[in-house]
Design a protein around this ligand. Sequence first.
Ligand SMILES: Cc1cc2nc3c(=O)[nH]c(=O)nc-3n(C[C@H](O)[C@H](O)[C@H](O)COP(=O)(O)O)c2cc1C
Length: 396
Amino acid sequence: MKENKCVVLGVTGGIAVYKALDIASSLRKKDIDVRVIMTKSATEFVAPLTFQAISQNLVTTDMFQEPKAWEIQHISLAQRADVFLVAPATANIIGKVANGIADDMLSTTIMATNAKVIFAPAMNTGMYNNRIVQGNLEKLKKLGYEFIEPDSGRLACGDVGKGKLPAPEIIVEKVMSELYDKKDLINKKVIVSAGPTRTDIDPVRFLTNRSTGKMGYEIAKEARDRGAEVILVSGPTNEKKPYGIDVIDVKTNEEMLNAIINHYDDADIVVKAAAVADYKAKEVSSQKIKKGDGDLSLDFVRDNDILMLLGKKKKNQILVGFAAESQNVIENAKGKLDRKNLDYIVANDITSKDTGFGSQDNRVSIISKNGDITTLEKMNKKEVARNLFDMIMEKR
Ligand SMILES: Cc1cc2nc3c(=O)[nH]c(=O)nc-3n(C[C@H](O)[C@H](O)[C@H](O)COP(=O)(O)O)c2cc1C
């Protein structure tokens, strides 16, 4: 049986220790084997028992603690780690590792591991900006240690500034991305468009569509997890900003086109999952349109066909479109693929009640330019994204 992935979670003595409990819990729920090492200071904030109960593993706090395993524990944890996360990371642990100090279980195990070490620093702004701390961060970055940048905001001590531990889900997203097995998009640049666009009618009204952006966001995250540099051009959505992805927020068709074109020439793969408005109001009223007694008619004119323009400009990029169809799904999608010079088109039937817009799931067929049609069973959008990149990378 395949062994679960292991994250060694180093917990140091900062006020944000309580957030590390959520991190441990989320990782456990994803079937990760979580091994916690706490510094002595960390145990002043939260008892090891809490981490023990959440991780369902013994928590190590002391290098010389009994019972001693037949293996030397700091070596075995160092070897067992697939990813080594230190969250929260104090100024102290950063300083110790940067200067080769190994005087407790955590610093010694970090010194012994070959796994990727990710620090999530959290401290008072004054401490964070201290030149010694900044120097230590720079030194460790140069040596290949990774960092999750602290957030800015009001800190526990009352100061306002940089130094807050980011939300646990952001940290977990980063760790899960590191643990992802397929890294076949390293050194590739991927542009993804997602969500709807809007067309304004007057200062208070606009027209849009039912796209939630979920499919596009999953595609962007899949590309990131596989190692790509990802630019996500996003229409207005409620999706959370994903970790490690450059998100360009746009509203209109025109803004979406410009954002993609700016990065198109050096892109390797472009996936257009956005639901772009085909028409825009002929005139946008500068004043609110007042209600009258009669009906209201508005004129709309054709807006840019972004996919068509990208197809015409295409050089070596792999261009993938989406076709949301309500009838003759495959036939219409194939027509779009040919007309717009695409390499793949992902066709989905939007009349299905349990998939598509707003749903976690999708049921799609992926059609390639050589005519191959792969029809996938109903699956969640993350799995659709994985299948899409599997297909692109296999057939390259
Ligand atoms: C209430 C309290 C809160 C603290 N919060 C932080 C913090 O957020 N970040 C930090 O770097 N140090 C913080 N410290 C200081 C560390 O606990 C101290 O530097 C300690 O030596 C760190 O040890 P460790 O790195 O071995 O856990 C705090 C201390 C106290 C008493």
